[in-house]
Design a protein around this ligand. Sequence first.
Ligand code: SF4
Length: 285
Amino acid sequence: MTTMQDLKSKCDVNWCPGCGNIPLWAAFKNACVKEDWNNTNSCIVAGIGCHGHIVNFTKMTSFEGLHGRPLPVATGVKLANHKLNVFVFSGDGDSLGEGGNHFMHACRRNHDINLFMHDNSIYALTTGQTSPASPDGFVSKSTPKGNIDNMLTPITLAISAGATFVARAYASDIPKLTELMIAAANHKGFSFVDILQPCTTFNHVNTHEMYQKNTYYLDDTHDVTDLDAAFKKSREWGDKKIPLGIFYKVDKPSYESKVPQLQGDALITTSTDRPNMEALYKQYA
Ligand code: SF4
C-alpha cells in the first residue's frame, strides 16, 4: 500500500505560509494513500504557476509542461498508457487563460483524466495580476483601477463544454477535498474539480475568511444528473452563495473507450528490464 513516506520528495515546500496550495496538496496525498495511487499506477502533470511546484514536492512520475499546456500533455500520457490514473494540476490562469482552448476541448472529448484546478483567482507566480477568474472590479498590478473584464466561472464553462464530472471544493476542507478527488478519479470520463485556493500573499479578496463565510455544500436535493439544475447552481456566487460539492455527473463513454487500439493492453508500458539509471541520476543530483 502507498504510504505518506512513499510520496515524500527531497524538495522542501516553499509555498507561502497559509497558502491554499498546502492543504490542497495534503488532500491529494491523503487520496493517494487511501486509493493506493503511486509511481506504478499514476502520473501527475502540471502547468506553470505556483501550483506547478506540486511536481517537485510529490514523489510520483510527473511532467511540468509549458504555461497552459498540461492538458495536451496529460491527454498524450493517457493515450500512451490508458491504464494510468492521470492527474492534472493547473491554475486558473493556466487553464482558463493560456490554456482555455485546451480546457474546452478536453471537456468535450471526455478524456478519462482528472483536472484539479488551483483556483486562486490571480496570477500568483508572476506576483499578482488579474486572471480570467478574478472578480469584477478586482484591483491588481495589471488592473490598478479595477478589472473591467467579466469574471469567468469555470464550473459553468466545464458543464457547457461537455465535462461529465464537475465539482467545486475549498482547499482547506481537507477531508471533503480528499473525498472529491477520489470521486473524480473513480469517474470514467473528464473530471474537473475547481478548487478555491486562497493566495494569501497577493489576493486579499478571495481569502480563507471569505470562503469560510460564504461557501455551502450542495445537499441531496441537488440532482447531479440534471443539466439545467447544474447550470443554475454554477451561476450562484456571492454572500453565503458559493456552492461546493458535485454540480454535475453523468455517465458517457470516455474518449479512450471509443478508440479500438486502447481496448487491450497499454500502447506503452514500463519495461521491467530498464537500464539502471542510478549513475545518471547521481551525475545530475
Ligand atoms: Fe501561494 Fe500565493 Fe504564495 Fe503562490 S504567491 S505560494 S499562490 S500564497
